[in-house]
Ligand binder design. Structure first.
Ligand code: SF4
Length: 271
């Protein structure tokens, strides 16, 4: 059998196995299972019901019986912003999906949390391949190649700012490299994260730019820029976060979380 064909068969087997295992997991909990921000309940006679966890007891939701409706639900936040990272805790509310069977259930889940079910399954089976930050960085090219120079401390700070449950509901399973564990709270959720995602790599690139600034004493140019933007926003009474993946913007949430880790201690030390 060719390598491509055996690879395809492995993927098909994992996908069928994950569908059955996920449906059985949900069937075993009449009160429902939580996956990301979705509560999934067995709902005889029509199959399964999916809602936002905050809508678990809500009446008058917009009901759809088409699992592909999950695609639109997952696309935008409540405020209408595009969601570049589907595992961010900003899934909008107000909907219910009623799907007929395990196939519909997994189709909907794959729109809400791409690859979440198959990763969940492989992780439970002990077969999920993990890729460390350094392995991932070695494959980067172009403007992302610079993440190869990010220090271990920078990787840790970037993960604390980018991957904790407050900003991403996946369980961070990857490490800095095979000898250096990523010392973060891995998260409580059911959805594993086996490898740094593109949002993380983009954020890591920004953190590497910060590292390159000479900021041993005093404030670096970007730290001054962030403080000025914060004061400006506060003075106009309009403090709000920039879009999720706009790391070049001082008021980006992950960038602010990074500053809390690195800039606030520096200000307190020098004060
Ligand atoms: S790398 Fe971090 S931000 Fe990206 S999916 Fe994994 S845990 Fe979430």
């Amino acid at each position: 059998m060719s390598e491509a064909r055996s690879g395809r068969l492995r993927v098909e087997n994992a996908s069928a196995g994950s569908r059955e295992a996920f449906a059985a997991w949900v069937d075993g909990a009449p009160d429902g299972r939580v996956f990301g921000q979705v509560i999934v309940r067995p709902a005889p006679p029509f199959g399964y019901s999916l809602r936002h966890t905050d809508d678990a007891r809500e009446a008058g939701l917009r009901v759809s019986e088409d699992p592909r409706a999950a695609r639109e639900i997952a696309k935008l936040t409540e405020g209408g912003d595009y969601r570049p990272l589907k595992s961010s805790p900003n899934l909008r509310r107000g909907w219910e999906l009623r799907v007929a069977d395990a196939r519909g259930l997994v189709t909907a889940m794959n729109y809400l949390y791409p690859a979440g079910v198959v990763h969940w399954y492989l992780n439970r089976e002990g077969r999920l391949d993990l890729t460390s930050f350094r392995e991932n960085a070695a494959r980067q090219s172009g403007i992302y190649k610079r993440v190869q120079r990010l220090s271990d401390e920078g990787v840790l700070d970037a993960a604390l700012a980018c991957c904790e449950d407050a900003v991403c509901l996946k369980k961070t399973l990857w490490d800095v490299d095979e000898d250096t564990p990523l010392e973060v709270d891995r998260g409580e959720g059911e959805i594993p994260c086996p490898e740094p995602c593109s949002i993380f790599v983009s954020f890591a690139r920004r953190v590497r730019l910060f590292e390159r600034e000479n900021d041993a004493d005093g404030l670096s140019p970007s730290e001054k820029e962030d403080l000025a933007a914060l004061v400006e926003a506060a003075a106009t009474g309009e403090v709000g976060f920039a879009r999720e993946a706009e790391f070049e913007n001082p008021l980006n949430e992950r960038r602010m979380r990074y500053r809390r880790l690195t800039l606030v201690p520096k200000l307190r030390r020098n004060g």
